[in-house]
Structure formats: C-alpha cells, structure tokens
Design a protein around this ligand. Structure first.
Ligand SMILES: [Zn+2]
Length: 303
C-alpha cells in the first residue's frame, strides 16, 4: 500500500527534476548559466548534458541554447524568475544538435519568444519527428516537448538588439562542429557563447564536424577578444575555457597528418594516434577513436 501511495505521489508531481542544476551560476553581471553533466543524454540526467544560458536585458531575458526538453526549460525559467521575473523575448540556438534547443517549445508557448538559429536546424527537424533525446530518455521526461520551427535563421554576422542590449551572432561559415554553427558575442561584458565549437572537461564528438573547420572557428573566436567564454559542454568559463579544445584539435591535426605522411593505412590510424593527453577527460572512450578515424578521412584529401 505504501508503495502504491508513493507511486501516486510521484505521478502527481511528474515534473522531471533536474536536481543538480537548479541553481544557475552567474558568469558576468547580466549572464547566468546552467551546466549539464559531462556525459551522453540518459534517463538519469533527463537529457541535460549541455549548457543553457540566460542574458538579462532591461525588460526581458535572451536565452542562448534552451536545453534538451520543455521540462528542463520550465525548471530553468523557474530558477531564473527568482533572480528577476522577466519574460523571455528571444532564444538563440548555436547549432542543430537536439540537446541544445528542444527547450524552445517552452519559451514559445509561454512567451512567444523569437526563435533564432541556423537554417540547417529548420531543414533537418520537422514537427512530429522522433529525435535523439526522446529515444534516450523517457516519455515522462520528454512530455510537452515539441519541435517548433525557428522564426529567423542567420547566415551572416548579425546584431540582435533587445532592451538596450546588443549581441552579435557570428556564423562560422564552414563546417566546424556541424555544417552550420553560430557563436554569440556579448561585447559589453566581454563574454562569448561558443556553443559546441568549444567544450572542456570532456571530449567533443566530431562526427558531424571538421578538424580544419574547428581550428578556423577557434581562430575566429579568439580574434573577437573575450574574458569569459561559455562552452557548449563543460564548466570552465574563465580565460582557460578554450585551452582543451584548442590543444585537442591542434594535436589531432598534427599527429594524423604526420601518420598520413608516413603512409599509415586508415585501418591502423587509431592504433598509431591515441591522444593520451586526453584520456582522463569525459567521453574519451566513446568519441576519441572515431574522431581520429574521421580526421584521417578529412586530412587525407586536404591540401
Ligand atoms: Zn552539444
């Protein structure tokens, strides 16, 4: 009987609880972020393994990457409304991977927020489709989450001014983490939101990306100058935020290129090149070999 009663209570309060992140961390004067776990999406993390940030303007918030579900966004908003109870006027999605934007449906439903991102996201995801986060979590966790088409897509450097605050949205212009990535500069506070062009504490999956494009993106980000940088995954946001990603792609390029020069065949590349400097980083065992193998395919035909 007790068990049934407990179950009923659980069902009645069926909001999935993202207990480990409910306090947002303030990064600069007007920026707060929620940091996801450094692992793959799962039932235990509710799909929350990416970063989601709020930027406070005079009368509203701008959200940069909205997290993996409607319920995640609802809980993030609840936490932010304790800091200032403002509506969310716009949501920017840095790229089309679904852990970064499925919270859009909450912000559209509650505030009619402008949804801004890449054309690739609209081209790839149609309302009603089954998505990765849905498959890797549960119907409870995913409840109320919908694919909502973006209102605006960005294909060149664009300023977005809301409530006296201006952000600059910069598309990389070539394949980097994905075929279309945007990073966001808030120059008033010298902070950049890199999306997955930068990660720390874990290795990136370069399955949709390019080694040379990533290096180009890092150069573009550094050219803008920054004091804080919020990665797509990872909690380091100070001047060291980009070190791991920069080193990873630099070494990946150097070592795989050298192996190609030495005529190492493709099937042996992941034995020859291992990048042991990163073996203690999260996701190393899941993504590193594939990244090396893919880098071989890319660099073999590069100039
Ligand atoms: Zn991601």
């Amino acid at each position: 009987m007790l068990r049934i009663a407990t179950l009923c209570t659980l069902l009645m309060t069926s909001l999935w609880s993202f207990d480990y992140h409910t306090t947002p961390k303030q990064i600069t004067k007007h920026v707060w972020c929620f940091f996801g776990k450094l692992e793959a999406p799962s039932k235990s993390n509710g799909g929350f393994m990416s970063n989601s940030c709020y930027l406070k303007t005079q009368k509203s918030y701008i959200v940069i990457d909205s997290g993996p579900t409607y319920q995640f966004a609802a809980q993030a908003y609840k936490a932010m409304s304790k800091i200032a109870k403002l509506p969310v006027s716009a949501v920017i999605n840095t790229h089309y991977h679904d852990d970064h934007w499925l919270g859009n449906s909450y912000y559209k439903e509650h505030f009619g927020a402008r949804l801004i991102g890449t054309k690739l996201q609209n081209d790839t995801f149609k309302p009603g489709m089954t998505v990765r986060i849905q498959k890797m979590t549960t119907p409870e966790i995913f409840s109320q989450t919908k694919i909502i088409p973006l209102d605006e897509t960005v294909n060149k450097e664009t300023n977005l001014t809301i409530g006296g605050t201006t952000l600059t949205l910069i598309p990389v212009g070539t394949k980097a983490h994905t075929a279309e990535d945007i990073f966001v500069v808030f120059s008033d506070e010298k902070i950049i939101f890199s999306g997955d062009l930068v990660m720390n504490g874990r290795l990136t999956s370069n399955r949709d990306g390019s080694v040379l494009g990533q290096l180009k993106a890092h150069a573009m980000i550094n050219k803008r100058g920054w004091k804080s940088l919020v990665p797509g995954h990872g909690t380091i946001t100070d001047s060291h935020a980009m070190e791991e990603s920069s080193l990873y792609f630099k070494l990946l390029k150097e070592r795989v290129s050298k192996a190609i020069e030495e005529d190492v065949p493709a099937e042996e590349i992941t034995k020859k090149v291992t990048l042991p400097e990163f073996k203690d980083k999260a996701m190393y065992n899941v993504v590193n070999k594939r990244n090396i193998f893919d880098a071989y395919g890319e660099l073999e035909f590069a100039e």
